[in-house]
Design a protein around this ligand. Sequence first.
Ligand SMILES: Cc1cc2nc3c(=O)[nH]c(=O)nc-3n(C[C@H](O)[C@H](O)[C@H](O)COP(=O)(O)OP(=O)(O)OC[C@H]3O[C@@H](n4cnc5c(N)ncnc54)[C@H](O)[C@@H]3O)c2cc1C
Length: 464
Amino acid sequence: MYKRLDEADIRFLKEVTESSRVLSGEEISEDYCHDELGGVRSKPDALVKVLSTEEVAAIMKYANEHRIPVVARGSGTGLVGAGVALEHGIMLDFTGMNKILELDERNLTITVQPGVLLMDLAAYCEGNGFLYPPDPGEKSATIGGNIATNAGGMRAVKYGVTRDYVRGLTVVMPDGTVERLGGKTVKNSTGYNLLGLIPGSEGTLCVITEAILRLLPLPEVTVSLLVPFPSMEKAIETVPELIRSKASLVAIEFMENATILFSEEYLGKKFPDRSAPAYLLLSVDGNDVDEVNAEIEKVAELCIRQGAMDALYVDTPERKEAVWNARGAFLEAIKGSTDEMDECDVVVPRDRIAEFIEYVHEVIRETGLRIEYFGHAGDGNLHIYLCRDRKPEEEWLASKGKAFDLLYAKAEECRGLVSGEHGIGYAKKGYMQKSVSPYQLRLMRAIKDDFDPNHILNPGKVVE
Ligand SMILES: Cc1cc2nc3c(=O)[nH]c(=O)nc-3n(C[C@H](O)[C@H](O)[C@H](O)COP(=O)(O)OP(=O)(O)OC[C@H]3O[C@@H](n4cnc5c(N)ncnc54)[C@H](O)[C@@H]3O)c2cc1C
């Protein structure tokens, strides 16, 4: 169905870019054959380090005419195999398009190229007194990747996710047409929300070459609270009460003692407390120190009333670093504890998290797998990791298949969704396609057909 690249195609790519920016065959490093998930591998025929919208447009037009698949690539930190060139073809590496183009203080927007790293954007914004609120765990991901996967992260409770901060996009359509969607306006009720289709589309509809992002003023103070609980049940049962209390919480994360130990071992750094089986990590921000302190005190008192063993203020820079760095390393730390793992990132209504976690323990009993988990209790998004622990291939595949079936069925029963963040990509497409109605799946496929009639963009993902 798709054309494999030959010498003439490589020559074309070098002509529209530069020889040194087009790699093929053995020149392409193994890193570009998989993403952070690692479970699915395939090599592109050519890797092109693009530098401009014009280059991308010329390549897309050529690829469309020749039925060559194209996969956009950021930092490759995705966790669902979305950035892997399953059908080979051309991989567009966006990491060289990494310029911050404009900080517009009068419109509270920032315009960036897609290869800007989240950590660089966050630091730049903070340095200028602004907050770019989306805060997914992997700071070395690109903004293009964050938009394409609608990345979530730890501040979603108060501030929402990447989609909520995308005001405008410059995109290249599969036939090479350059389109500008949205812009710097705050409002937009101009027809169907085409801009809104792009965050979360995982490079299957168009490729992003520029983004206008919305900023907020940087809050003056952020205070966190680490709350040990005698059990995970007690910790999770507190979450709906926290939400009901109307406290203005930025983050509500939950974690088990075991995860903290993995992270200590992984980072070689001590966590401030290890006395309890389960913890909530909460944070509040604002501009008035007294107000923020009063709010966090109210939250601490509520937690204690709910059965918390203590409420530890994470106020010094050292404590902040110890706690949030540990939290940021959980995924990598669990990964380091086993030879292979697979993950499930369901999202359920916040008042069903306790029920879901209880069910995870049932799945552990039924499958015999070691399953670790942590997550964003404040938005109902769980990160559940199935660990292989050197099981023979057949046994691993059978038990993880069974565990996934059980977990996704339970998510559906809880009126949850297959993916709260990380997306669908290759790894979750079967579960996503089963979970939506045939009518909705037909609509999704019709959108894909209209955007990309030749299906050259990121084949084998999401709805294919
Ligand atoms: C330790 C760790 C923690 C993580 N924490 C979180 C988290 O808290 N929240 C969360 O949401 N995710 C998280 N992730 C997942 C991952 O970081 C995100 O999915 C991230 O958005 C991927 O960005 P990337 O630049 O690495 O994209 P890649 O992995 O390179 O690509 C991801 C997808 O985006 C598409 N894409 C990339 N650039 C473009 C472009 N310019 N135009 C069109 N499509 C494009 C690709 O085709 C692919 O489909 C985590 C990952 C790790 C390893």
